[in-house]
Ligand binder design. Structure first.
Ligand SMILES: [Zn+2]
Length: 329
């Protein structure tokens, strides 16, 4: 039997013990038996990624949700960076800042906040919505001498072709005594079972296209989610983050891996029904909403059960956090 992963070793821990899971378009998705990272081969070309991301990343937030999102972002940053009261004069950089929520939250908390993103639409939105000026935009990650006390990167590392090089690069931006926080989806988490719309529609039904039905169903229990090339090229585990840090060039650091839960009702029909959108008053939209109403009680039960099982430590949470601290010199 031909094995498309022959000769491919794990990019994170360098092990050659790799288990091919499934086909995904022209890609193969495999799992490393040592560090358990799930990854795509072959890696897409830079041109392919450029084409894929044209206008893809920017998702304009709804006006009525901005204040709430900002408040949540502030709480989250305080928790992730373990910030106490004294933030004056501290600098913050959001790498892959998107719609600027973390930039604005950090700025409101009193930090000197900087923003970086490749997406011009996102940059323009952040300028117009949150008063971002060019002086606080980092255009090149490479070759800068400026160091930041806090570097943040939210759900970016799973998109990059070389996660170790990416982490090395970001860590060069961290000042002595500074902290870097990276968030990413948690590979093979069990929280996803309670979001069937994503786990079944986004992964199982999608997997049937390039694989057979029994295999797609079997893989549902192998929990291959969050790796969907050319979008996500990796899906990390806590163990893979330990290996990633071990393979970094930098040694003057400490690290820890923790978890985060996905927000209540994220990616649910219930949220969509109550959210409303520009077309929500059309007859068709109202009819669709009425038809899917019976899903609400099912989702309420699933979300409550999920919350309970996560709290009891029975489910594994949907997200991973890697925190790196540069040793003071
Ligand atoms: Zn590995």
């Amino acid at each position: 039997m031909s094995n498309s992963n022959e000769g491919d070793s794990c990019q994170i821990c360098k092990s050659k013990d790799v288990n091919p899971l499934l086909k995904w378009n022209r890609f193969s998705i495999s799992e490393c038996r040592q560090c358990k990272v799930v990854f795509a081969t072959p890696l897409p070309s830079d041109q392919e990624l450029n084409d894929f991301y044209q206008g893809f990343l920017f998702n304009k937030p709804r006006e009525n949700e901005i204040a709430k999102t900002l408040a949540n972002r502030k709480d989250e940053l305080i928790r992730l960076f373990a910030w106490t009261n004294d933030l004056k004069g501290k600098s913050f950089l959001d790498v892959g800042g998107g719609t600027g929520m973390a930039y604005k939250a950090a700025k409101d908390l009193g930090l000197i906040a900087y923003y970086q993103d490749l997406d011009e639409q996102a940059k323009t939105f952040t300028k117009e919505q949150f008063g971002l000026t060019d002086e606080f935009i980092l255009t090149e990650l490479e070759g800068t001498d400026v160091k930041y006390d806090c570097v943040f990167s939210d759900n970016v590392i799973e998109h990059v072709k070389d996660p170790i090089a990416f982490t090395n690069l970001l860590f060069t931006l961290v000042a002595p005594g500074g902290t870097m926080v990276m968030k990413t989806p948690n590979a093979r988490n069990t929280e996803m079972y309670f979001n069937p719309i994503i786990s079944i529609k986004g992964y199982v039904l999608r997997a049937i296209k390039d694989n057979n039905l029994p295999k797609a169903l079997f893989l549902y229990f192998k929990r291959f989610w969050h790796c969907d090339p050319p979008r996500h090229l990796y899906s990390f585990t806590a163990k893979s983050f330990d290996h990633l840090v071990g393979n970094m060039e930098e040694t003057e650091l400490t690290h820890e891996v923790s978890y985060y839960r996905t927000p209540w009702f994220s990616n649910t029909v219930t949220k969509w029904i109550f959210r409303g959108d520009s077309g929500s008053n059309s007859i068709k939209s109202i009819l669709i909403r009425c038809l899917v109403l019976p899903i609400i009680p099912v989702e309420v039960i699933l979300q409550t059960l999920k919350w309970l099982l996560l709290t009891l430590g029975i489910l594994s949470p949907g997200g991973l956090v890697l925190t790196l601290r540069r040793t003071k010199r």
